[in-house]
Design a protein around this ligand. Structure first.
Ligand code: UDP
Ligand code: MG
Length: 329
């Protein structure tokens, strides 16, 4: 008997693509279950991340049209991509044998799912979808994204190069993922930390089917800063290093100034003084900023607020549990 697959698809203002995504996913599911690769209980779960458009209505319509394929989770407000993915995974973890997370915009190649399943049946608990080409991304997006992966590696976070959030995880891995309680969620860094046997499948990244990217530059930068500061204390070490270097340089400079004074040519340059003031001032503010980033993280973590709040479920057994609880009250 084949294992049960749950697809988790986060959606934020995706009314334009959702129907197409659903059609293609449904076809894929029919083909996979026809070939005995997934069980008929497998589902496609859309997580509505507080969209402002008709996304949730579209999900409801999809469910009514084919309840045996589509389920939905409606978050109480926009919680961000990572939290939406987590909300989906945590809801489905006891209902499936494996879950695949994928963006709603069809940029990830759904045909890579076959290879993911093949690796899963060979015993891999995590299968990463890795982009083999980024030809369809703009030069800017490609450049910033690739620099990000390289920088993350330099900073000591163990991320899979060119892998976003298209990945298969077994229910065993999901169980362990539930144990990571951090509020500053960065799944690409977390999943490799969980361990287990893993592999990668390669696919070509397509263009967004419709609609605009929900990751404008500002959001992308804050995602990168979050990724680095959640997984590495290397920036703090770099600051210490720079501080140490600056102290050495200034010790040298003091000696030099003293010697110059003794030799009697004391008309020391105004420009060098100004430059050092600006430079040191800048370094100090930057260092404080980086330390502040970490303190901000600690602040968010100690509050232990819930990472997402679910408003409604459609066709999930979590919903049934909720109903039974209410009935027995
Ligand atoms: N997304 C989300 N919440 C957000 C932002 C994005 O659930 O606050 C979803 C979005 O609907 C999509 C996925 O996350 O399914 C990735 O977003 P997008 O494709 O816009 O990012 P890009 O591919 O441009 O990096
Ligand atoms: Mg996208």
């Amino acid at each position: 008997m084949a294992d049960t697959l749950y697809m988790v698809i986060p959606c934020y203002n995706e009314e334009e693509v959702l129907n197409e995504t659903a059609v293609r996913m449904k076809e894929k599911f029919i083909s996979l279950s026809g070939r005995g690769l997934i069980s008929p209980e497998s589902r496609i779960v859309f997580v509505n991340d507080g969209s402002k458009d008709r996304t949730w209505s579209v999900i409801q319509e999809l469910h009514s049209s084919a309840p045996e394929f589509f389920s939905g989770i409606n978050l109480a407000r926009n919680s961000g991509h990572q939290n939406a993915v987590l909300a989906g995974l945590m809801t489905v973890r006891d209902m499936c044998d494996m879950a695949i997370t994928m963006d709603a915009d069809l940029q990830d190649d759904i045909n890579a799912i076959d290879a993911m399943l093949e690796n899963y049946y060979k015993g891999d608990q995590v299968v990463y979808g890795v982009r083999s080409a980024r030809d369809t991304d703009t030069f800017f997006k490609r450049f910033t994204a690739e620099s990000f992966y390289r920088f993350m590696k330099h900073m000591g976070a163990d991320v899979v190069y060119n892998h976003a959030d298209f990945r298969l995880m077994s229910s065993r891995v999901l169980k362990e993922l539930a144990g990571f309680r951090e509020v500053n969620l960065f799944l690409r860094g977390l999943v490799p930390l969980i361990g287990f046997q893993s592999s990668s499948v390669y696919y070509e990244r397509h263009e967004r089917f419709a609609g605009k990217s929900k990751y404008p530059l500002g959001k992308m930068l804050s995602f990168a800063v979050n990724g680095i500061t959640s997984f590495s204390t290397k920036p703090l070490k770099i600051i210490t290093g720079i501080g140490f270097l600056m102290s050495l340089i200034s010790a040298g400079a003091i000696v030099w100034a003293f010697v110059v004074k003794l030799l009697g040519h004391s008309e020391l340059g105004w420009s060098s003084t100004m430059c050092s003031i600006w430079f040191i001032g800048g370094m100090q503010i930057l260092s404080l900023g980086i330390i502040g980033e970490y303190i901000g993280k600690i602040y968010a973590e100690v509050k232990q607020r819930p990472r997402y709040i679910v408003a409604d479920f459609i066709n999930m057994s979590a919903e049934n549990e909720k109903c039974t609880k209410e009935e027995t009250k």
